[in-house]
Design a protein around this ligand. Structure first.
Ligand SMILES: CC(C)(COP(=O)(O)OP(=O)(O)OC[C@H]1O[C@@H](n2cnc3c(N)ncnc32)[C@H](O)[C@@H]1OP(=O)(O)O)[C@@H](O)C(=O)NCCC(=O)NCCS
Length: 206
């Protein structure tokens, strides 16, 4: 790991946040986009992809640093009724890579999968994506190499009262963080509105 990056807030994204998700994906550099989607993709593709993400039933966790979405993890349960399998995909913006955010997000993804009775979690990446394979290995994933692609399968443990409580606590913490962030933003805007006026020289009456 290189310099520390404050992990900020990790929380589930709401369906009204497709714009933030899209902007995050658009900020990925060319190589990261290729790693994320398995091939080069255009901004138009990303636009369409992001607009559909919540319609697929995906659970998307985001990592916010200074109020900006810098990393995301998508969990796609496979099948409509009581899915036992799911697929996960990760994206961390270039300047934030290798600071532990991908690992933190995988932790959350496993917790969410586990609490939904999902036992098998699949992650696909290009064969030379060593970083993704390394974070999968940390969770004892079984890696299968095929041509230019690697599929990692890891088994999520069964849910327990504690794992359910952990997800509820993480959701509450994420919500509190989002509210604080919104307050900070609103306060900043108010200060921007009033401070310039306050710092203007006061003209003495003649
Ligand atoms: C892959 C990705 C999600 C990982 O997230 P991250 O925040 O960068 O990863 P982390 O910092 O949590 O962990 C990276 C690990 O890889 C290791 N690593 C870094 N470069 C490596 C390399 N070339 N070879 C092997 N391991 C490497 C790090 O040492 C670290 O392991 P450690 O914690 O045991 O030291 C992120 O880099 C990313 O979004 N890349 C572009 C998109 C992508 O590849 N998505 C995955 C396919 S869906």
């Amino acid at each position: 790991m290189t310099d520390e990056v404050a992990p900020g807030i990790i929380r589930k994204l709401w369906s009204g946040e497709t714009g933030r998700f899209r902007d995050h994906l658009l900020r990925l550099d060319t190589e990261s986009r290729r790693f994320r989607f398995g091939s080069a993709v255009s901004p138009e593709f990303i636009e369409r992809y992001a607009s559909r993400v919540f319609r697929t039933g995906a659970i998307v966790h985001g990592c916010f640093v200074d109020g900006e979405l810098r990393a995301a993890a998508e969990l796609y349960p496979m099948g409509d009724v009581l899915p036992g399998e799911a697929e996960a995909a990760f994206s961390v913006e270039t300047e934030y890579q290798n600071h532990g955010l991908g690992t933190l997000l995988l932790d959350r993804v496993i917790l969410s999968a586990r609490n939904r009775g999902i036992r098998s979690l699949f992650m696909s990446c290009l064969a030379h994506n060593r970083r993704m394979q390394q974070i999968a290995r940390k969770y004892d994933a079984e890696l299968k190499f095929e041509h230019d692609e690697v599929t990692a399968e890891l088994v999520a443990p069964f849910p327990t009262a504690l794992s359910l409580a952990q997800e509820a606590a993480a959701d509450a913490q994420g919500m509190a963080g989002a509210v604080l962030q919104a307050q900070r933003l609103a306060t900043g805007r108010l200060l921007d509105m009033f401070l310039p006026a306050a710092t203007e020289p006061v003209l003495e009456p003649q």
